[in-house]
Design a protein around this ligand. Structure first.
Ligand SMILES: Cc1cc2nc3c(=O)[nH]c(=O)nc-3n(C[C@H](O)[C@H](O)[C@H](O)COP(=O)(O)O)c2cc1C
Length: 197
């Protein structure tokens, strides 16, 4: 079948179903009022390693007058956030933090998650997440009905448990990725391919 993006109401299902698995940025921010926010974003990836820049993309929230979800609103106001890696053990808690909560209620408390101390930014990390990227806002870019948030990694906290010889070991990390709808993938089944010369 062919799909003409102009001929369907939305290309969301095609994109979310075929661009898989997507890594998940579990983004913590703090609002100007001091409320700690936490939410998952699977429109997420690395953009550059020099400087180290990551991106995630909230889609517009049509119920908000500014069109912003809480995460981009807090990033715009404070210019800081933390990207926490989601492991299989944390998947249910991550999902719980995607709930829409009343203003003033923190997803950390809603999901029973302990806050970790960040080293160089104000928002807390997820203490149970083994890798925390502390980011400063690099740029926010309007892309139609989404906003691409680019963040420069200023500090990384890594649990020794997920390292081998001083490097992150993907076989110990146990990260999960998002498929589509309610499906997720683990990173347990792996295979190797040597790069050609
Ligand atoms: C695994 C997962 C991935 C998600 N990825 C995105 C995403 O990339 N962009 C987005 O706008 N919403 C995404 N969502 C929905 C948001 O997490 C949800 O709207 C959340 O309430 C936003 O929280 P906030 O308003 O505190 O930022 C995702 C939800 C889940 C469970």
């Amino acid at each position: 079948m062919d799909v003409d993006p102009d001929g369907v109401p939305s290309l969301y299902r095609t994109l979310a179903g075929a661009v898989v698995p997507r890594p998940i940025a579990w983004v913590s921010t703090t609002s100007q009022e001091g409320v700690d926010n936490l939410a998952p974003y699977s429109f997420f990836n690395v953009v550059s390693y020099d400087p180290p820049v990551v991106m995630f993309a909230p889609v517009d929230d049509s119920s908000d007058p500014d069109g912003f979800k809480d995460t981009p609103r807090n990033v715009e106001a404070t210019e800081e956030f933390v990207v926490n890696v989601v492991t299989e053990e944390l998947a249910e808690a991550m999902n719980a933090t995607s709930a829409t909560l009343p203003a003033g209620e923190s997803e950390f408390d809603h999901a029973g998650l302990e806050r970790g101390d960040s080293k160089v930014v104000a928002p807390p990390s997820v203490a149970a997440s083994p890798v925390n990227f502390e980011c400063s806002l690099y740029e926010m870019v309007d892309v139609g009905s989404s906003t691409m948030v680019l963040g420069e990694v200023e500090w990384v906290q890594i649990d020794d448990d997920v390292t081998t010889d001083g490097k992150v070991d993907v076989t110990k990390l146990d990260a999960v990725g998002r498929l589509s709808g309610s499906l997720y993938a683990t990173t347990r089944e792996r295979f190797a391919l040597e790069r050609p010369e």
